[in-house]
Every structure is written in structure tokens, then in C-alpha cells.
Design a protein around this ligand. Sequence first.
Ligand SMILES: *Cc1c(COP(=O)(O)O)cnc(C)c1O
Length: 414
Amino acid sequence: MYKEFGISEKIINLSEEIEKDIEPVFKKINKICEYNSLKVLKAFQKNNISDMHFNQTTGYGYGDVGRDTCEKVFADILKAEDALVRGQFISGTHALTVALFAFLRPGDTMLSITGKPYDTLDEVIGITENPSSLKSFGVKFEKIDLIDNDFDYEQIAERLKQSKVKLIEIQRSKGYSTRKSIKIEDVEKVIKHIRKYDKDVIIMIDNCYCEFVSEKEPLEVGADVIVGSLIKNLGGGIAPNGAYIAGKKELVKLAAERLTVPGEGKEVGPSLGITKSILQGIFMAPSVVASSLKTAVFASRMLEKLGYDVEPKYDEERADIVQNINFNDENKLIKYCQGIQMGSPIDSNSIPEPWDMPGYNDKVIMAAGAFTQGSSIELSCDGPIRAPYTAFMQGGLTYEYGKLGVLKAVQNMM
Ligand SMILES: *Cc1c(COP(=O)(O)O)cnc(C)c1O
């Protein structure tokens, strides 16, 4: 069958070799998947999820038992006091924006300790001028860069001793940078360090792409609030849109009152029939994240064998589902992404091209032949058109489809 997809004998043979190399890694992924699945099922049973929770509300959305119970399920899984899980969030960026505007006031300082945050936050923070940015409201932004892929512990201590910081942001996934993503153990270590100098600075984690990659989530290691997208890991490829904010009760309340209305908060917001999909999504998420990880591991070994610089390596411990491949060649990056599109179930005849996308500084090419527009828990691959021409590949609802996508991309690139 692979030949019918235009995959050459040579690449098929290579993929068979690779699957032997990566078997031990798959075993570890399966173990984590098993653990997280039990965690999810336990939360469903504890909250007595029933048919009635799939009902929808419209209009104001008062008394939406399904929505409220779904939020309890998320809170239990993430070990949060409370959670806000809503389709009214347009994206992960929107949820991060709501959280930042909810927690910060004029004169406050926000400090990122993982360098410059994700590109789409530039205009939110005011790194790129925008009349609606946090900066325009008098919120200050500072950052401390990572050194050798680790936190700059000294600088963090120095800064916290100097004057009050309101909020520290830790972005675990690498975004469009070539640094490593941040493992849960490292989140734990830096939070302990921060707490030596400041007991109550709000520690907020951008958890995009990291959920269910390991057995623990950031709230279990001392973070105050975490934010992520439902068209990434926790949506399991089924949630049609939305995002979540989970953590301390008072912070979730502030976020809810910013998303909706002061005084109304979590009480309003019609679910419009998506609760069942959100629940089904998180139910599938441990397995879908495992498939994404396997696809990434396969790609990592394949491209490494073909002589490309990959990060992480196939047998490295992972913190997120993202696989970097440095092509050092604009054309190869474009061809690889186009090949991913060709291997997709949706829009496989479209050819993605680099484009000036809103929110991004360089031209970006994005391959996403996805059921849900822009969903990157589905096999997707994107890259800013700048040296070292790195592809950021992630997702794969099943390993089998993910593998075919990678083979098609490699074939097209070669
Ligand atoms: C994807 C992502 C975001 C933004 O999420 P969208 O849903 O694309 O707006 C923010 N931070 C990180 C690290 C991400 O990977």
C-alpha cells in the first residue's frame, strides 16, 4: 500500500529498520499513556458523568450543569482547585491573553523566565506596539533568557530581590525557537527556587503541547495557574475549539470575570452543544498524545538517519509533542511541509505556501490537513522562513496516519 502513496522501496525499508530502533521508546510512551488514561477515567467516575451532561445551553448559558461538571473533570485531572474550559476561548493565545489581562493591573510587572514568549503574544504584551496591548495599560514586561536550555537561577533570584514582580510566566514548549522544551522536573525545581524569594508571585504556565506527555502536570509541582488550547493535546482531536485555564480558585475566578463579565464570571457562557465533544476529547487525549509522541519519535529517528539535525533525538525524554528538524535549507523545509499536507486526510491536494500570517514576525509555512481548522494535535508541520529553516512538526491522531505523513514528507523532500 505504501507504494500506492508514492513511497519508494528505499524509504519503506528504512522505516522498517527505524521501527526496531524505536520500540523501547514506544514502551515508555505506552506506560505514560496507561497512567494518564486511568487518571482521566477516575475523574469521569468521580464526577458521575452521565448522558445529561451532554445537553447544551444557549443564550446566557445559566445553569449549564454539563459545562460546570466538565470543568470539574478538567480540574480533577489537572489537580486544580478550579478550571475554566470554554469554547468562547478562540485559541490558546486568547486564553493566555485573558489570563494576563485578568491577573495584571497598571504598574504591575510581568516577568518571563523562559525568554521571549510565543510569537502571537508579542502584540498582547506590547513587545510589538499595539494600542490594545498590556503595555498600553501600563503593565511592564521583563524577560530573563534561558542559559544552555536551563533557567538562569541567579538572575531570577537577583530580579526577585530587587522589586515586586506580580506574575512569572513559564512557557514550557519551545514555540518557534530552537531551545529545548521544559520538563516537569525542571518546572518543579525553578518553582522551589522562586518561592525562596517570593511566596506569592503568581506563577503561570503556558502548558501548550505539554499535557499528558508525562505523568505530572505543573499544578502538582507548585504552579498557580496553567493555560492550554483544546485544539492541541487536551482536546484529543475531538474538541471543535476552545481552551482552558486551571489552577487556584481565585485566579480562575479572575480569569472568568475577564472572559465574560465582572460579577457573572463562570455562571454564564452557553456551551452550544460542545460539552460532549470536549469530554470525549479529554477521554481520548492520553492515547492521542501517545500517538503524537510516537509519530515524533519516528520522524526524529528517520530524519536523523537521513543526516539531518533533529531535536529532540528519538530516545531523549520529551516535554512536549513537538519535533524540530533543522533543514538549513528553505526549499527542503517547504517541501517537507508540503509533503505533510499531501499525507493528510483533509485538503491533501492543497499545496501550502509561506505566508505573512497575523501574529507572526516572519513568513510562516503551515501544513495542517486537519478536521479542525488549525488543529495541531492532528498531524501538522510549520516553520518560519528564517535560518536555520526549522520544521516544527507535531500531532498525529493515530501513529499509523502519522507515520504515513512523515514518509510522504520525507519522500517529497528528497
Ligand atoms: C500553540 C501555542 C500557543 C498559542 O496557541 P493557539 O491556540 O495557537 O493560539 C501559545 N504558546 C505555545 C507554547 C504554543 O505552542
